[in-house]
Design a protein around this ligand. Structure first.
Ligand code: F0G
Length: 457
């Protein structure tokens, strides 16, 4: 088979700023070992997130010029609404300025003390919005998902046995919603199988619990189903996505991922009563129901992007490029999440840095080392992001200590990725010299964004 090439050519470029290793040592120290505090101009290859960082297509830019900025009833809204309905089959579409805004609306209405939202794995902001409402979030990741370096086809699946148990334990009335994150971002960008979605949907129906999909990366998940699940090889991604949404009562979506948009999101659902309540809150917090915190031009960019992401040449290249980096790292012995996920490579920091205990945040330490070595910015998905303290003030660590190298869509070429592999391998070779970190300042919620750290002696 020939090389799978980038299915686009480049019309507009943005220079990368180069700096030296010595400069990066001091930049990192000034940033208190937190990648969110590093200026983007001080980064060579920015793998902090795949969110809002996509390169838009010439068609999307053309759509931006056509965006209509009417307060109510903009044709750009109807283009957006029609596209979302076509792809998801969900009849009610509510725009929001990004994914978490859609979540905030939903959980403000359905959440509250004594309620539990169940998921395969909730993303950090999703969990925070649930907890902010007073409710609890419970992750029921399947057993395969908990072992980063052991390959399995659908490591994003929910443990359906555990779901049945928790419904009995907490009572269906106290579970306002089950949310399936596709692909499972915090669990390694791993896909969820159609069978799992179908089973979870059926359990929810039996118990009269609404079943929603966190659809940020629905196209990548659908492509994995095509590649890995029996019976889907000859189905189009469009058909697979339609089936996936057919099992759901609704979805939340951040258009900053699989819609190639730099901003945007939406809620979609079947239940009109819930929609009326969501729209009321939308008008108070986001904007009128036909723009929801977005400009008309953003709605155009999202509508066009949602169609482009279903292009199977694009998805083949996308999934292959993540696998390409994963395989290079595996060949060098670097412990990474296997098989490759959809939008990122996840390094197992616990195995990479066995000399650093979880209380010294091995993931965050590795994030710093990658930055110093090669100017690569990544993010910790481990105990800094998800850790909690017990009553005695001792850290309750996260299930896994991962470092995510998220690949922005259509932004970097194969040689950028080769460079990333070289840097990771170089850091791996001198891993014993990497030091642990301790927190000097933190806030109680979503602390990883603003925490200050320093190296342990
Ligand atoms: N759900 C998932 C699975 C996500 O990955 C994100 C964002 C959101 C919801 C929230 O969407 O950013 O538009 O408000 N994830 C980004 C990331 C930030 O880096 O993975 P948002």
């Amino acid at each position: 088979m020939k090389t799978i090439i980038e299915p686009f050519k480049i019309k507009s470029v943005e220079p990368i700023c180069f700096n030296t290793k010595e400069e990066r040592v001091s930049i990192l120290e000034k940033a208190n070992y937190n990648p969110f505090s590093i200026h983007a101009n001080d980064v060579l290859i920015d793998l902090l997130t795949d969110s809002g960082t996509s390169a838009m297509s010439s068609n999307q830019w053309a759509g931006i010029m056509q965006g209509d900025e009417s307060y109510a009833g903009s044709p750009s809204f109807f283009h957006f609404e029609k596209t979302v309905k076509e792809i998801t089959g969900l009849p009610i579409v509510i725009p929001a300025h990004q994914g978490r805004a859609a979540e905030k609306i939903l959980f403000s209405i359905l959440g509250g003390k004594g309620k539990y939202f169940i998921s395969n794995t909730l993303f950090d902001t999703t969990r925070a919005n649930i907890e902010f409402s007073g409710a609890g979030g419970i992750d029921l990741l399947c057993e395969e998902g908990k072992h980063p370096t052991v390959p399995s086809a659908f490591k994003g699946n929910m443990d359906t046995g555990a779901l049945k148990k928790i419904i009995i334990e907490k009572g269906a009335d106290n579970i306002p919603m089950v949310i399936m994150t596709v692909t499972n971002n915090s669990g390694g960008g791993q896909p969820v199988s159609m069978q799992n979605i179908k089973t979870v949907s059926a359990i929810c129906k039996e118990n009269k619990i609404p079943f929603f999909i966190d659809a940020c990366r629905f196209a990548e998940n659908s492509y994995f189903i095509k590649l890995r699940e029996e019976g889907y090889a000859n189905r189009s991604v469009t058909e697979i996505a339609a089936e996936l949404f057919s099992y759901a009562d609704g979805c939340t979506m951040s258009a900053k991922k699989d819609a190639f948009a730099n901003i945007g999101g939406f809620l979609a659902m079947r239940d009109m009563d819930l929609a009326i309540r969501c729209r009321n809150l939308l008008i108070i917090t986001e904007g009128f129901t036909t723009y929801g915190g977005l400009a008309g031009r953003d709605l155009e960019a999202i509508a066009i992007g949602l169609k482009e992401v279903m292009d199977e040449h694009y998805l083949q290249y996308r999934i292959r490029s993540i696998e390409y980096l994963t395989n290079k790292l595996i060949a060098a012995g670097v412990p990474v999440m296997q098989p490759a996920g959809g939008h990122a490579v996840y390094i197992d920091a616990k195995e990479f840095l066995p000399h650093i205990p979880v209380e010294q945040y091995p993931g965050q330490a590795l994030v710093g080392a990658l930055y110093v070595e090669g100017g690569i910015r990544s993010v910790e998905i481990g105990s800094l992001m998800f850790g909690k303290y017990n009553a005695a003030g001792k850290l309750i660590p996260s299930q896994m200590e991962l470092v995510r190298l998220a690949i922005p869509r259509r932004v970097y070429t194969q040689s950028h990725i080769d460079y990333v592999a070289e840097v990771v391998i170089e850091v791996f070779e001198k891993r014993n010299s990497i030091k642990g970190l301790q927190i000097t300042e933190e806030v109680p919620m979503l602390r990883h964004f603003t925490a200050k750290l320093k190296q342990t002696p």
